[in-house]
Structure formats: structure tokens, C-alpha cells
Design a protein around this ligand. Structure first.
Ligand SMILES: Nc1ncnc2c1ncn2[C@@H]1O[C@H](COP(=O)(O)OP(=O)(O)OP(=O)(O)O)[C@@H](O)[C@H]1O
Ligand SMILES: [Mg+2]
Length: 341
């Protein structure tokens, strides 16, 4: 007989997690082949160490070492790039190398990194920093006392580097200008803690350095992550290098020749040379090919992927993988790369 309390408990309105069929999330069994979606996802999760990425990671690393060296005025770094250039990936990948950990007497946060809220004020950014450091009273009190707590906690947690992403939000919220107050606030934290900052965001972030010469002096290192190009020999070599890396990691039975001469320009025009679109294009083509049981990628799968993930419902003249395509970057109003270049 069941115990009384079990009999009296009301029936659940919602299925328990264990009630879901085992394949609810389409997770593969140990002996099952990965699904097309899983193949695409595994492709999209990989991190490619292309030259601009490696250069940016090295610059962040240098900045971090500056912080450890305890200079009075550490060099800070500004990383800008258009949307999808790979800025946040750099932040997350770098920070993942230095996770927080617990010492017997304190939490250590070697690298503090966060995205700014869409309508940042000093108060809500300070609050987000405190939350990120695990302060249970993050939402209490004024901007000034939050700032004072940030400074104390950064010292307590032995923080060596701070990375703030989406910094353009500060620029946006002041109608194309950065508030002097924000620039001063940053300077105040850098001076008090001597921790170097890496700021990241869209190209208009540069404005932060226009309004405050003291900050400009500290942010003397700048990196622009540009999309891949094919104009110069060097650019084309780097783009082909990336395509070779991508083709070697496409999870299909036979090699896909993404770097063959007939595909270089179409892939470039289909993605404007942006890593985000490159990964989406090849990932989606992989999924479509795997659904058909195809052995490798070809122009047709890339063409379908372009229509699926970059410009749905496009005509042949707008599809770089079709013969009728007029060779140009699709950056006019209403086109996928409008506002990019
Ligand atoms: N080094 C890389 N290797 C592989 N894929 C990458 C790399 N960098 C970026 N990507 C791909 O591009 C996508 C967009 O990158 P990310 O979010 O870093 O761009 P972003 O510059 O921060 O864009 P936004 O300004 O819109 O925030 C990632 O989700 C990932 O798929
Ligand atoms: Mg980002």
C-alpha cells in the first residue's frame, strides 16, 4: 500500500521532467549517429584562430599582463568592430581561460567581464558589475556608494582585468556623444584600482576617447576587427586560409572544397567577409547536406543555405551562388549587409 501522504498529494498539472519521452530533446543515444542539426551545431561551436582573432587575443593578454605588473597607469585597450565581427567571442574565450575560483579566504575573479545593459547609467552598470562579482547588495544605494563597493570588491577579489562589452550603448544613450560623467567614472575606477580595462563595441565606441583626453591617454591601444576581404593579395590569402580551415572541419564524410577558386568570391559576397555569416552559411549548408545524406558541400547547398539563413526568398540576381548574381556587396537598404560597410 502507498503511504498516506502520497495518496493525498494532488495530481501534478504539468508533466514531471522525467515524464518527457527520452528523445524529447532529440538527444542521441550512445550508439546513434549525430543528427544533421547536431552536426551543424558542432560546426558552429568551433572557435577558429584566424589572424585578427589571434591578434586581438594577444592584445587582451598584453593588457592583462600590464594589470598584473601593477603599473600606476596600465595601458587599456579598445576593441571595435561591426556586428558579427567576433568581439564577444574574443571576450568569452579569453575570460574562459581565467575562471573565478574560491580561495580559503576569498573569491578570486581574475577577469571580470560583462555586457553593458541597453540603456546604461552609471548606477545600473555599477550594479551589474557588483552582481557579476556576486555582491548580494548589488541593487542597494547610490551610484557613488556602488562605485566605492566596486573598488573594494575588485581589490578583494584580486581582479586583474575588466572587459566591458557593448560599450556603444553608452554612446547611443547620449545621442551619439559620450557623457563626460561616464568617461570620468571609468577613469576614477582605473585610477583607484590600477586594473586595466578592455572596452568592446561597435565602431562608434571611439567617441568615448574623443570626449576625455585623460581616458584617451589610457586607452592608447586600439584594435579594429575588420571583416575578411579579397581586394588585396594579403586579404585574399587570409580569406582562403580561413576557408581552408572551415573546410577541414565540416563534419561530412568527404572533403568540401570551400577554398576552390569558383567558390571564393561567391562565399565572400554571401557573407561580406564576416565571421558570423561565414559560420552560419557553412553550418546551415552542412545541415542541409546531412539531411540529404550528401557526402560533402557543393554550390547548391551553399546557395540553399544563403537563401535559408542570410537572405530568405532572394532572387537569383541577389544570390551569390547563382550565375545571374551581380557581383557586389549586398549592403543597400533592405539587404543583409546594410550599414556594415
Ligand atoms: N573566432 C571565431 N571562430 C568561430 N566562430 C566565430 C569566431 N568569432 C565569431 N564567431 C561566430 O560569429 C558569431 C558572432 O560573433 P560575436 O557575437 O563575437 O560578434 P560581435 O562582434 O560580438 O557582434 P555584436 O556586435 O553584434 O555583438 C558567433 O556566434 C560565432 O558563431
Ligand atoms: Mg557582441
Amino acid at each position: 500500500m502507498k503511504p498516506e501522504h502520497a495518496l493525498s498529494s494532488p495530481p501534478s498539472l504539468f508533466p514531471q521532467v522525467t515524464d518527457f519521452p527520452r528523445n524529447f530533446l532529440d538527444l542521441p543515444q550512445a550508439d546513434e549517429k549525430p543528427s544533421p542539426l547536431e552536426l551543424a551545431a558542432s560546426f558552429r561551436k568551433q572557435i577558429v584562430n584566424y589572424p585578427a582573432y589571434a591578434h586581438a587575443i594577444r592584445a587582451v593578454e598584453r593588457c592583462h599582463k600590464m594589470g598584473k605588473a601593477g603599473l600606476d597607469e596600465p595601458d587599456c585597450l579598445l576593441i571595435t568592430g561591426v556586428s558579427g565581427a567576433g568581439k564577444s567571442t574574443i571576450r568569452k574565450q579569453y575570460a574562459a581561460r581565467f575562471p573565478r575560483y574560491e580561495d580559503p579566504d576569498r573569491t578570486r575573479i581574475p577577469v571580470l567581464h560583462l555586457q553593458l545593459p541597453s540603456q546604461p547609467t552609471i548606477k545600473n552598470v555599477a550594479e551589474r558589475m557588483l552582481l557579476e562579482m556576486g555582491d548580494p547588495f548589488a541593487d542597494r544605494s547610490t551610484a557613488e556608494s556602488k562605485t566605492a563597493r566596486i573598488i573594494t570588491l575588485l581589490r578583494e577579489c584580486r581582479t586583474e582585468l575588466i572587459i566591458l562589452d557593448e560599450f556603444q550603448h553608452f554612446v547611443d544613450s547620449a545621442r551619439g556623444k559620450v557623457d563626460y560623467v561616464v568617461a570620468d567614472w571609468l577613469k576614477q575606477i582605473i585610477n583607484a584600482t590600477r586594473i586595466p580595462f578592455v572596452l568592446m563595441g561597435l565602431p562608434r565606441c571611439e567617441q568615448i576617447l574623443v570626449v576625455n583626453e585623460q581616458l584617451r591617454r589610457r586607452f592608447n591601444r586600439k584594435i579594429i576587427i575588420r571583416p575578411f576581404g579579397i581586394k588585396t593579395k594579403r586579404e585574399a590569402e587570409q580569406f582562403i586560409g580561413l576557408l581552408k580551415t572551415l573546410e577541414s572541419t565540416v563534419p561530412l564524410p568527404k572533403p568540401s572544397c570551400l577554398s576552390s577558386s569558383n567558390l571564393i568570391k561567391p562565399i565572400y559576397y554571401a557573407t561580406a567577409g564576416l565571421i558570423d555569416f561565414l559560420i552560419k552559411l557553412v553550418g546551415t549548408a552542412t545541415e542541409l547536406a546531412a539531411e540529404d545524406g550528401a557526402q560533402c558541400l557543393d554550390t547548391d547547398y551553399l546557395s540553399k543555405a544563403f537563401e535559408t539563413v542570410i537572405l530568405p526568398g532572394c532572387s537569383d540576381e541577389m544570390n551569390p551562388f547563382c550565375e545571374d548574381f551581380v557581383q557586389r556587396i549586398l549592403n543597400r537598404e533592405g539587404e543583409p549587409f546594410h550599414g556594415y560597410r
